[in-house]
Design a protein around this ligand. Structure first.
Ligand code: ANZ
Length: 805
């Protein structure tokens, strides 16, 4: 017998919606904030990858609700973004309409999966009520000196007359070109907003310690922040009054330096280039503009560079060293200049080999056929010989400090965050440029500064955002002065930096409590931090780092009460195509959840996605597995259809039932959802083996546990077994530990070390009693009769040992 998922699922979805079953409560003493990474509502709709993480959080949220927690389990839309803008550009439609349509599709799809979201808490980053607060937070960053305008490189495409986002640029034969049209793209400096996330680098590192996050994600964040302790050494230029400052973590290798390299963008390059080298150097500088940083640092690529014609003086050895410029040195890291030690650095090794520069080993090694990058004792280094790295660094620094040629320095790989986008569809900046060059903030009461409505969102042609075309909007008067608005918009990251706070503030869709209010603080105290956050590994670095940065700033401003936003994080694995490849539109191997809901039902899809393997694993899709999930649900349905229930407990299921309750609860607590499902399967097997009738309490509690995985079927079975209120708000079962321990034990009886008999007693029977019971056994009685007993020893619950003569 099969159940009709089509009839059941629609019915209960309607029931939950009408009864507002998943409304966020606020009357319990425990809380659970369970968060999904919210989706970008693309035109393609949900993908089977989405429900994997979303089902996991749903299962967890449902258990917490039944465990009598106040649960906040919301969903919303990361709704600004490039695809909507591009669609609008192509079709002449408003990106807002396109986005609104996609949101409806996404919401319907989520509802069809039976997720227990509180849709009253829905947020939309592109709604003016929402971005009013995004703009307000930007103003706070500005007031704290954490936002400023700087010249920074953008991807400029002359052919398209526009700046491109990184994802619109591709590499062709090592050159950057536009994805659309294949036009050349170069790096061009433009005035941009940057957020000074580097000021929070140490806090962002320290904060990681107390978080319950996968160590791989913590490691990624640490590497991204990239704290590096080294020194800056000064190399005087021969014959001119200039010096090259290099940053090095290996001052100990100073005797092994064979040349110095400047990044092509370093201002010193042209100053140090001699006339005969000028043309080559200039050509090299323009070539660098077409390369990305990633490419420049790619160790597999051949190193390139040009000699400037100048020399510097090694501050310790006084040797003359040639100055080169090469793109493997980046200008925006440390000083943009390097002392090259080819014997002990792989990049320098490759470069030195290619350009036949000297290679001098200063660390002891047996293999001089490649760069030695490990630790060992210093050699060929005069007064440093025989020392280790740290002793040598200290000596070099001490010596050069006296001549003002060395200072300690901590560097971070983390860069300040480029926060301007030359785009239409994003949050406008809530600031004004006055004629006299000053920057003014828009008055708080005038926020939000709305994105103007226009059907003219073509590139401006100057590299500015399409908003620059709207001269009426751009040119304004401010306090009697002529002024201009900022025409760039914020990046998509902005809205997703604080959306987990927005849910807390949302009272009904897109109505938010003022973030800077006592009421908001009380709400934050209730709900923060997020207790469980599940999302894709692709957000392991930027989104999580940016959100933590904003949160820490808001903490400093006393807007939020916790130092960190997300206490526990899990990255869900991907669902791959059945051949193990990534699902992608171009390969035509994408599975649409709507089709599966139609053919197998939402419950089957949910069950399959949690049962296919550990949440963190990336696993291939399998229709066989999907069919298997459905078959098990049919088996459960048949079990309840045919069951006879009784209020009398004959005790047969005591052990398995309590064992399953205990394990399922613990496994969900640990987010081991697949093994929790196996436990439920074991229980069903045991019930099938039972004589009828079956103890009702156990069956009802089984349905409760089932409900967190397959809520529609469970709700149907719950009502079928005579209940009148939703299963989703019932009390989660608790196991009885006493039913898990066997109550009797078998005691072995030995005489002079040989086993002579056994008997069964209640667990915990005391030692004297054990000895006296042992002596009453017929066999033992016979053996000890008339003998002298020398010793009687009993071990609780185990053994009685009698020694006779
Ligand atoms: C001499 C040296 C000898 C170095 C040696 C390494 C090994 P981290 O730890 O990543 O900070 N470096 C410095 N600035 C650079 C830049 N702008 N672009 C590319 N490379 C740069 O790495 C610090 C090391 O990276 C520095 O120490 C410098 O090379 C290089 F056996 O100096 B080292």
């Amino acid at each position: 017998m099969e159940f009709s998922h089509k009839a059941i699922e629609k019915k209960w979805q309607k029931f939950w919606e009408e009864n507002n079953t998943f409304k966020t409560t606020s009357d319990k003493d425990k809380k659970a904030y369970i968060l999904d990474m919210f989706p970008y509502p693309s035109g393609a709709g949900l993908h089977v990858g989405h429900p994997k993480g979303y089902t996991a959080t749903d299962v967890f949220a449902r258990m917490r609700r039944m465990q009598q927690y106040d649960v906040l389990h919301p969903i919303g839309w990361d709704a600004f973004g490039l695809p909507a803008e591009q669609y609008a550009l192509k079709t002449g439609n408003d990106p807002r309409e396109f986005t609104a349509k996609n949101i409806i599709t996404f919401r319907n799809q989520l509802k069809k999966l039976g997720f227990s979201y509180d849709y009253n808490k829905e947020v939309n980053t592109s709604d003016p009520n929402y971005y009013k607060i995004t703009q307000w937070i930007f103003q706070q960053l500005y007031k704290k000196g954490l936002a400023e305008i700087r010249e920074a490189n953008v991807n400029w495409c002359e052919g398209l007359g526009t700046v491109l986002a990184n994802e619109e640029v591709i590499l062709e034969n090592g050159k950057m070109v536009s994805e659309v049209g294949g036009f050349e793209v170069i790096k061009k400096p433009m005035k941009q907003w940057v957020l000074k996330i580097t000021k929070y680098a140490d806090r962002l590192l320290e904060g990681l310690d107390d978080l319950d996050w996968p160590s791989s994600v913590k490691e990624l964040q640490k590497n991204w922040i990239g704290k590096s302790e080294g020194v800056i050494l000064n190399f005087d230029v021969k014959d001119i009054n200039e010096k090259v400052e290099v940053f090095t973590t290996r001052a100990d290798t100073i005797f092994g330096v064979s040349y110095v390299v400047l990044a092509p963008e370093n201002n010193l390059v042209l100053k140090l280039t001699t006339d005969e080298n000028k043309q080559k150097v200039e050509e090299y500088i323009s070539l660098t503009k077409t390369k990305t940083d990633v490419e420049r640092q790619d160790d597999s690529k051949e190193k390139t560079g040009v000699f400037t014609g100048s020399y510097v003086i090694n501050p310790i050895t006084n040797e003359l060293l040639p100055v080169w410029t090469a793109d493997y040195v980046l200008n925006d890291y440390a000083t943009g200049a390097v002392m090259a030690v080819p014997a002990h650095d792989e990049r320098d090794w490759k470069f030195a080999k290619k350009y036949e520069l000297p290679i001098k080993y200063v660390l002891e090694t047996k293999d001089e056929s490649k760069a030695f990058v490990g630790e060992s004792t210093l050699i060929n280094s005069d007064f440093l010989n025989g020392l280790n790295r740290f002793e040598a660094i200290n000596l070099v620094v001490e010596k050069l400090k006296k001549e003002n040629k060395a200072k300690k320095q901590i560097n971070y790989k983390l860069r300040d965050w480029l926060f301007s986008r030359q785009r239409f569809y994003g949050e406008p900046f809530p600031i004004i440029f006055l004629e006299d060059g000053q920057i003014a903030l828009i008055d708080e009461k005038d926020l939000p500064l709305e994105l103007p409505k226009t059907d003219y969102i073509k590139p401006s042609g100057t590299g500015e955002s399409p908003l620059a075309n709207l001269t009426d909007w751009v040119n304004i008067e401010f306090n009697g002065q002529k002024a201009k608005r900022e025409t760039n918009t914020m990046p998509q990251w902005a809205g997703s930096c604080w959306y987990y706070l927005a849910y807390i503030l949302t009272t009904s869709p897109n109505n938010l409590v003022d973030i800077n209010s006592q009421e908001a603080m009380e709400l934050f105290k209730k709900w923060l931090p997020v207790d469980l956050y599940i999302g894709g590994q692709e957000h392991a670095v930027l989104h999580l780092l940016y959100a933590r940065f904003w949160h820490q700033v808001l903490f400093d401003l006393k807007i939020v009460p916790t130092k960190e936003p997300f206490q526990k994080l899990i990255n869900q694995g991907m669902i791959l195509a059945d051949n193990g490849e990534k699902m992608s539109k171009s390969k035509g191997n994408v599975i649409n959840p709507d089709d599966i809901i139609e053919s197998h039902g939402a419950d089957t899809l949910r069950l399959y996605e949690v049962f296919m393997g550990p949440l963190e694993a990336s696993l291939p899709w399998s229709f066989k597995g999907l069919d298997g999930a459905r078959k098990w649900l049919d088996r459960v349905y048949r079990m309840i259809e045919n069951i006879e229930l009784t209020d009398q407990n004959n005790g047969n299921l005591d052990f398995i039932y309590n064992d399953v309750v205990k394990k399922v609860t613990q496994m969900i607590e640990d987010c081991k959802f697949n093994t929790a499902v196996s436990q439920l399967m074991m229980f069903v097997n045991a019930v099938y083996k039972e004589e009828k009738p079956v103890y009702k309490v156990y069956i009802l509690n089984f349905i409760k546990m089932l409900s967190i995985f397959t809520p529609h079927l469970a709700e149907e079975l719950w009502f079928k077994t005579g209940n009148k209120e939703t299963v989703c708000l019932q009390i989660w079962p608790v196991h009885d530990e006493s039913k898990l321990s066997l109550s009797t034990v078998v005691i072995a009886v030995q005489i002079n070390g040989k086993l002579r008999g056994t008997f069964e007693v209640d667990k915990g029977t005391d030692k004297e009693e054990l000895i006296s019971l042992a002596k009453k056994l017929d066999n033992i009685k016979e053996q000890i009769e008339g003998k002298q007993i020398i010793k009687e020893i009993a071990v609780l619950d185990k053994i009685v040992n009698i020694v006779i003569k």
